[in-house]
Every structure is written in structure tokens, then in C-alpha cells.
Design a protein around this ligand. Structure first.
Ligand code: NAD
Length: 385
């Protein structure tokens, strides 16, 4: 029987289960590219329930225990004395969410002698050292597509809130103020602005589609060029490399995966090449940008605003400068774990477990690494260096 070690974020401080605002969520049967969403027939929860936290257990316990497997669920993931470290040497499967990542470093992978499968409940598997995983023949799988629209909606929200100065104006209203001039002296319309996304994969493309009706001039860069009909439909300008895009955009969206050569992609040098007063939105990964360079760019006015939900490390320490830097619209890492997204990635995690235990093939699109190399979605999006 297998030990499955599942790391989830802590329960709500108000207690579990929380009081839900709504009674149901829409059923999404398939995604924009035709890929079928995970089946939710026999999941161990009602779609719309909070399953991403420890007590929610992604609804996995009934299935795993019916087969006699041992399921350990914990949020205690960091440090040598953590629950995670204690169970890792016996675990055959590790499940982790990017929102509360259980970092699978080369050292930890070396100690995880029985580990065969690392599942990302969500999207983005950079918390797993992919070079070490491939070297040790560990399969890395994620629930591709499960929260792409959740994140795309968040990006659109952040673009609008930054450019229109929504958050500071809301604070004015909350605090009893009414100085309209103070609120609007940093408020603009997005209409007519140049918007560019660095990476136009599932999320980047969904953002472009959603911004099209706002009348923006849309640009993108990505090593994989989109189909000509999509470029035509959305009126896209393609940049074969990121620099020409970065230099001319009013708003930049960062959506590429984190791997060794994209770490600290945005640094002082790149910020200095942007238009003064540009906005940057990053829901991809915190480490894609140099932490202190963002602060400097906001303080000098080179950037007019920065918003995102991804940090490094996670959870972010209480004194992380992104919490307090000027003109930021940061949230904790939440965009991909709305209750709607959880229903899909929890169901997808169950599907992956079933395929694994029933020795059925896992669909290629769910692989990041398999049989000692990058595979599936991972081979498309990541590099090992
Ligand atoms: P995807 O695999 O569909 O697309 C990734 C795209 O990045 C691909 O088109 C690839 O060609 C492109 N790319 C790779 N290297 C690049 C580079 N150097 N420059 C420009 N483009 C490059 O992935 P996705 O579903 O769109 O997700 C993208 C990323 O968003 C994930 O890797 C993850 O880090 C992040 N994400 C965050 C959340 C969240 O909750 N904030 C949720 C899901 C995904």
C-alpha cells in the first residue's frame, strides 16, 4: 500500500468549513482549446466547497482509503523538522499546490527514495526541481488547463485596477474621504493603450481574448508563435523576442513559466528599458522578477504600478517589501485557487491518482516530466536550464 503525502494551505482562521457565499458553481465541461475538463462524477466533495486547505483534503480521502492507501495531509512543509520532511522518505506520491508549495529541492528528492509521482494540484511545477526529478525518474504531472481562466480573469482585474487607480480610490471611500482629485490624479482609461503579454500559452492567450473588447492594442512574445487566424482575430502584433515589446508597452503581463534561465528575467536593466509609467502584472511566478528592482522601479516612478499574486518564497514573510511598496496591487497567491478552480484541479488530481493506481496511461498533456525527461505540457513550456 502506498503513502500519499499531500501538502495543502492551512484552514481558514474563521474555522472549517467556512460559510459559503453561494450554493453552486457553473459546470465547465471543456476548455477553449477543446480539452475536456476533469470529470466530477465521483469526487469526494461538492463542487464549490473549499477543498484546497488541509481539512478539505482535495476530497481525496474516500478514494485513497477505499484502496487501503495512507493519506497524510499537512501544511507543515518547511524546515528539517516539518511533517513534510518526516513523511517524505516513505512517500510514493507527493501532492502539492503552487499556492503553498512543498519545495522539492534536489536534497529532498535525494531523501525521497520511494517517490514515483509528484502531482501539482493546479498549474506551475517550478516548486519541483525538474532537473533532479528527471534524473531520478520521478513523473511530474499537473492538472493542465484547470485554472487558466481563473488566472486570466485575475489578470484582467489587476490591469483595470492598476490603470484606473481602483485600490487607492476604494481606500479613500472606506476611510470616509471624498477628494476626487486625489483619486483621479493617477487614473486613466485602458482604451487605446498598448498591452503586451510575455508568453501566450493557455493563460496569456485567454488574457488577450478577454482584453480585446476593451480596445487595447494587443502584442505578445512567445517562442511558440500563435496560429495566423488567432493573430488576425485578435489583431495581435508578434514580437520574436521580448525586448521590443517591453520597450514600447504601456502594460506588460508576465506569464511565462519559471525555470533556471527565466529566473530574475525582470531586473533593473529591463525596467530601465520600459516606458516611464508602464504597469507590470505578474501572476506567473515571483522569482521571475528581481524583488528589490521592482521596489526601486515603483519608488522612482519608472513603473506606475505592479500587481500580482506570486511571491518568493511562499508564504511570503511578513516584512516582504512587496506588501508595502508604493502602487502595488498584490494579493496572496490566490488567482488559481478560486472555489471554481479548486473543483477542477481536485477532480483532476483524483483522475491522475486513478490512472496511476489502475496503471492506465496519464494523458500526455498532464505531464511536465516523465520517463527521465520533460514531457507533454512540460516539454512545450519548460527548459531544464
Ligand atoms: P502554458 O504551458 O499553457 O504556457 C506557457 C507559455 O510560456 C508557452 O506558450 C511557452 O512557449 C511560453 N514560454 C516559455 N518560455 C518562455 C520565454 N522564455 N519567453 C516567453 N514565453 C515563454 O502555461 P499556462 O497555463 O499559460 O501557465 C503559465 C504560467 O502561469 C505557469 O507556468 C505558472 O507559473 C503560472 N500560473 C500561475 C497561477 C496562479 O495561480 N497565479 C496558476 C496557473 C499558472
Amino acid at each position: 500500500m502506498a503513502k500519499i503525502l499531500c501538502v495543502l494551505y492551512p484552514d481558514p482562521e474563521v474555522g472549517y468549513p467556512p460559510e459559503y457565499a453561494r450554493d453552486d458553481i457553473p459546470t465547465i465541461a471543456s476548455y477553449a482549446n477543446g480539452q475536456k475538463a476533469p470529470v466530477t462524477d465521483d469526487i469526494g466533495f461538492r463542487p464549490g466547497e473549499l477543498v484546497g486547505c488541509v481539512s478539505g483534503e482535495l476530497g481525496l480521502r474516500p478514494y485513497l482509503e477505499s484502496l487501503g492507501h495512507e493519506l497524510i495531509v499537512t501544511s507543515d512543509k518547511d524546515g528539517p523538522n516539518s511533517e513534510f520532511e518526516r513523511h517524505l522518505p516513505d512517500a510514493e506520491i507527493v501532492i502539492s499546490q503552487p499556492f503553498w508549495p512543498a519545495y522539492l529541492t534536489p536534497d529532498r528528492i535525494a531523501r525521497a527514495k520511494k517517490l514515483k509521482l509528484a502531482i501539482t494540484a493546479g498549474i506551475g511545477s517550478d516548486h519541483v526541481d525538474l532537473a533532479a526529478a528527471t534524473k531520478n525518474n520521478i513523473t511530474v504531472a499537473e492538472v493542465t488547463g484547470s485554472n487558466s481562466i481563473s488566472v486570466a480573469e485575475h489578470v484582467v482585474m489587476m490591469v483595470l485596477s492598476l490603470v484606473r487607480n481602483y485600490l487607492p480610490s476604494h481606500e479613500y471611500a472606506r476611510n470616509g474621504g471624498w477628494n476626487i482629485a486625489d483619486c483621479v490624479s493617477r487614473s486613466y482609461d485602458v482604451e487605446g493603450m498598448k498591452f503586451g503579454t510575455i508568453a501566450a500559452g493557455r493563460i496569456g492567450l485567454a488574457v488577450l481574448r478577454r482584453l480585446k473588447p476593451f480596445g487595447l492594442d494587443l502584442h505578445y512574445t512567445d517562442p511558440h508563435r500563435l496560429a495566423p487566424e488567432i493573430e488576425k482575430e485578435l489583431g495581435l502584433t508578434y514580437h520574436p523576442e521580448p525586448h521590443s515589446l517591453i520597450q514600447t508597452m504601456d502594460i506588460v503581463n508576465l506569464q511565462m513559466p519559471l525555470y533556471p534561465s527565466t529566473e530574475h528575467f525582470f531586473n533593473d536593466e529591463l525596467f530601465s528599458q520600459m516606458k516611464r509609467g508602464a504597469y507590470l502584472v505578474n501572476t506567473a511566478r515571483g522569482k521571475l522578477v528581481d524583488r528589490d528592482a521592482v521596489v526601486r522601479a515603483l519608488e522612482s516612478g519608472q513603473l506606475a504600478g505592479y500587481a500580482g499574486d506570486v511571491w518568493y518564497p511562499q508564504p511570503a514573510p511578513a516584512d516582504h517589501p512587496w506588501r508595502t511598496m508604493p502602487w502595488n496591487g498584490m494579493t496572496p497567491h490566490i488567482s488559481g485557487t478560486s472555489l471554481s478552480a479548486q473543483a477542477r484541479y481536485a477532480a483532476g488530481t483524483l483522475e491522475i491518482l486513478k490512472w496511476f493506481f489502475e496503471k492506465k496511461p496519464i494523458p500526455e498533456v498532464y505531464f511536465i516530466a516523465h520517463e527521465g525527461k520533460l514531457a507533454g505540457a512540460g516539454a512545450h513550456a519548460y527548459k531544464l536550464t
